[in-house]
Design a protein around this ligand. Structure first.
Ligand code: ATP
Ligand code: MG
Length: 342
């Protein structure tokens, strides 16, 4: 087997399932912006096909997709430099996902913790799409031969599965066609936790709005949620060891560090010894300073939805220019006959 050299390319996505939150921003969006630059092509996607693996109201889905696009741009994604689009408009994602459904094994899917968490006790009543989610995610990445995927820590297992699918496809067909993708999980806030429970991930789908800071929250809402965030009675430690067994304290410190672009050590050196009553207003002030320019820019962009739709259409066109030939080559490798070609 000959070594193919893959051009470095970044892909990542966010579901337009509403409630874009601080965890999405620190764990994903902010990092997407950091990776944007002349040395790597960056492809970012609103994964609407993933969103419908659980029920979405059609009107809200359309609104959330546009709002998420506004969120990407407001956070610093330049739609000229990056390719920005919604997944359903590039049909090659779903087409490659079908091939991967035939490569991935039932046992692999059954082990996925996101499946177990989201399907809960009633797996029989979950959608087939929710079960197959990781195979579509592998297709999202591999249809661009993406080499680097920035995500939050919760997606690590799905990225390992993406690697397994690429490796099995390459082995089954005796090719070196799909790259073995590198997960990029970095920074102080790869797993932002719920403000109500420091052992649970902050999520769009958490029924409690107090559990998360939404990117559309105003200054008062942000301050109130931080003031009410769960904590313990002790003062903050000056060293990392002192956060052991204190998930809520650790979470607020991680959030502060990520927002301030500081290390956790630096933050603790400054705030060690303070009570939460003193630290929470500092955190609220920092969060408002960092987030309110983004939320006002999102609101401004949402005033011109036609422009958002034009950006998405242009992004889909550019994405298809990459995806279409990769799907065609995949079909050739698999042995599918096409009468359209000689
Ligand atoms: P849902 O609850 O509907 O799954 P979500 O909040 O998990 O929504 P996704 O759209 O599934 O959001 O994830 C988009 C990106 O945000 C992924 O890279 C994911 O790893 C990251 N992410 C999600 N939640 C967090 C979090 N709490 N901390 C850090 N990163 C996160
Ligand atoms: Mg998720």
């Amino acid at each position: 087997m000959t070594e193919t050299k893959f051009t470095p390319r970044v892909f990542s996505g966010i579901q337009p399932s509403g409630n874009l939150h601080l965890g999405n921003y620190l764990g994903a969006l902010k990092r997407f912006v950091d990776m944007q630059g002349p040395e790597m092509e960056t492809v970012y996607c609103m994964v609407d096909l993933h969103a419908i693996t659980v029920w979405q109201d059609p009107k809200e889905l359309a609104h959330s997709t546009r709002e998420l696009c506004a969120g990407f741009i407001a956070a610093g994604i330049d739609p000229e430099q990056s390719i920005l689009f919604n997944q359903s408009q590039v049909p090659e994602h779903a087409q490659l996902a079908w091939i991967f459904n035939c490569v991935a094994r039932m046992g692999w899917m059954q082990r996925m913790t996101q499946w177990k968490d989201k399907a809960g006790k009633n797996q029989q009543n979950a959608s087939l799409g929710l079960f197959a989610y990781p195979s579509l995610m592998a297709a999202d990445i591999l249809i661009y031969h993406a080499t680097h995927v920035p995500v939050g820590e919760d997606q690590k297992q799905h990225l390992e599965l993406t690697r397994d699918i690429a490796i099995k496809f390459n082995n089954d067909f005796g090719v070196n066609f799909f790259p073995v993708t590198e997960p990029v999980i970095e920074g102080a806030a790869t797993r932002v936790m719920s403000l109500r429970d420091g052992t649970k991930k902050m999520s769009k789908s958490d029924p409690s709005d107090m559990s998360r800071i939404n990117m559309t929250d105003d200054a008062d809402a942000i301050a109130q949620k931080i003031r009410k965030a769960k904590t313990d009675p002790d003062a903050l430690p000056s060293e990392i060891d002192g956060l052991e067994g204190r998930p809520d304290a650790r979470n607020l410190i991680n959030i502060y560090a990520a927002l301030a672009d500081q290390s956790v050590e630096q933050v603790l050196a400054d705030v060690g010894g303070k009570q939460f009553g003193e630290f929470k207003p500092m955190l609220a002030e920092l969060a408002v300073a960092k987030l309110s320019p983004i939320s006002s820019e999102m609101a401004r962009l949402m005033n011109d939805q036609a422009e958002i739709d034009r950006i998405l259409a242009r992004g889909a066109e550019r994405a298809r220019a990459i995806a279409e030939p990769i799907l065609r080559q995949t079909y050739d490798i698999v042995g599918m006959v096409s009468s359209a070609r000689g």
